[in-house]
Design a protein around this ligand. Structure first.
Ligand code: GTP
Length: 359
C-alpha cells in the first residue's frame, strides 16, 4: 500500500468557470453549492478519507473566497494552504506555482471541478508499483467522443494524448487527477501560462518519461457545464455519486433546514432547496437546484435548472434546462427553456417570455 500520509494534494481552483456563467460571476465554480455544500467540500472529504492531510489550493479568480470558507482546514482534519496566481497560469502553470509549498515526494493533483468516486489510494498504489514519473487517472466512459482520450499499452503505460475525435480508438479519458513525482513538477516552465493537458503531458511523453495510467470505471463527472452540474448535484442527492461529506442524507430531494415548502409542492429528481429558499403550493421541482434565498412561487415548474441566490420564479412559470442568475426575477407564466440563461438581477415581467400562445 502506498503511504498516503506522505503525499501532498494540490487542487486547481483558479479557473474562471465561463461555461457556468452567470453563476460564476459571483462565486468561483468550486464554491457553488452542490447538494448543500460548496462543491469543493465533497472533494476535500474524499482527500481526507484517503488519508492525505496536506492540501494546497491553487487559486486565482475570486481567490479570497476559498480561505474565508475553509480556513486552515483543521475542521476537516486537513492542513490547507493557499497559493494565488495574480494572473491565471493555466492548469500546468498552477501546479508549478505551488512548488515552494510542496513537502512530499508524491503530489496528487486534482481539477477542482470533478465529481468522482474512484479510490484515491488505488491510484497511489498504481503510481508506486509502476515506479512512474506521472500517473494519470483515466476513466472509461460510454461516449468518449466529447473528450480527448488517452490510449495505453498492455502494461498500462500511456502511449499518446489524443484530441477529441468522432472515432476514438479507446474509451479511456483523462479524469483530471494525476500523481506526479515532485521532481517532474520542477521541470514545468514557471512564470507563464502552461496547460498540463496540452503542453506538459505531450512534452513528457516525447522525452520518454514514464507516464502510467490507473484505469477504472468509477463514478466520474466534470461539473463544468450547467447540464453536468445539475446532473452531478442530483446524483449526489440520490446517492448515485458517492461523497463522504454527505453521510446518510440521500433521497429524491435535499431540503435545507429553514427552507419553506408549502403543502402540495412536489420535490423529485434529486432537487436541492437551499437555506431560506421558499417553494409555493403546488410547485413542481424536478432535478432543480435552488440556491440560498431563492423563491419558486405557487404552481411554477422548475425542471433540470438552477435558480441562483435570491432569485425568484413567479407563479405558474416554467423553467426547464435553464439557469436563473442571482437576484433575477422570472415573472408569472413565463416560459424559459433549453439553455436559457438569465443574467443576475434581470427582471422579466409577468408573461414576458413565452413559447406557447395560450394566455
Ligand atoms: P471554463 O472557463 O468553463 O472552461 O472553466 P475553468 O476556467 O474552470 O476551466 P477548466 O474547466 O478547464 O478547468 C479545470 C480545473 O482547473 C478547474 O478546477 C479550474 O478551476 C482549474 N483551472 C483552470 N485554469 C486555471 C488556472 O489558470 N489556474 C489555476 N490555479 N487553476 C485553473
Amino acid at each position: 500500500m502506498a503511504d498516503s500520509s506522505g503525499t501532498d494534494a494540490v487542487i486547481l481552483v483558479g479557473g474562471l468557470g465561463t461555461r457556468l456563467r452567470p453563476l460564476t460571476l459571483s462565486a468561483p465554480k468550486p464554491m457553488l453549492p452542490t447538494a448543500g455544500q460548496p462543491f469543493l467540500a465533497h472533494l476535500l472529504a474524499r482527500i481526507a478519507e484517503a488519508g492525505i492531510t496536506h492540501v494546497i489550493l491553487g487559486t486565482s479568480f475570486k481567490a479570497e473566497v476559498f480561505e474565508e470558507h475553509f480556513g486552515d482546514g483543521s475542521e476537516l482534519g486537513l492542513e490547507i494552504e493557499y497559493v494565488t496566481e495574480t494572473k491565471p497560469l493555466g492548469t500546468g502553470g498552477g501546479i508549478r506555482n505551488v512548488m515552494p509549498k510542496l513537502r512530499a515526494d508524491n503530489v496528487m493533483v486534482f481539477n477542482g471541478d470533478v465529481l468522482g468516486g474512484t479510490d484515491l489510494g488505488a491510484i497511489l498504489d498504481t503510481h508506486e508499483s509502476t515506479n512512474a514519473d506521472v500517473t494519470l487517472h483515466l476513466v472509461r466512459v460510454g461516449d468518449p467522443r466529447a473528450f480527448g482520450c488517452v490510449p495505453t499499452d498492455d502494461d498500462g503505460r500511456v502511449t499518446a494524448f489524443l484530441e477529441k475525435t468522432q472515432d476514438p480508438p479507446t474509451d479511456q479519458i483523462n479524469a483530471g487527477c494525476y500523481v506526479f513525482r515532485r521532481e517532474v513538477i520542477e521541470k514545468i516552465p514557471s512564470g507563464r501560462p502552461v496547460s498540463v493537458e496540452r503542453e506538459v503531458f505531450p512534452a513528457l511523453l516525447t522525452e520518454g518519461a514514464r507516464i502510467y495510467a490507473h484505469v477504472d470505471s468509477s463514478y466520474w463527472r466534470d461539473m463544468g457545464t450547467p447540464d453536468d452540474f445539475i446532473q452531478g448535484s442530483a446524483d449526489l442527492v440520490r446517492g448515485i455519486a458517492p461523497s463522504p461529506a454527505l453521510p446518510g442524507q440521500r433521497g429524491e430531494s435535499l431540503v435545507h433546514p429553514g427552507a419553506g415548502i408549502a403543502p402540495g409542492a412536489l420535490l423529485i429528481g434529486g432537487t436541492v432547496v437551499g437555506r431560506g429558499a421558499e417553494v409555493g403550493a403546488g410547485a413542481r421541482l424536478d432535478g432543480a437546484i435552488l440556491f440560498d434565498g431563492a423563491k419558486v412561487e405557487a404552481g411554477a415548474r422548475v425542471v433540470r435548472s438552477i435558480v441562483g441566490f435570491g432569485a425568484r420564479v413567479g407563479p405558474r412559470a416554467l423553467v426547464r434546462d435553464a439557469v436563473i442568475g442571482d437576484g433575477a426575477n422570472v415573472g408569472a407564466r413565463c416560459e424559459l427553456i433549453q439553455g436559457a440563461r438569465v443574467w443576475p438581477g434581470v427582471d422579466i415581467p409577468d408573461g414576458g417570455i413565452r413559447f406557447s400562445t395560450d394566455v
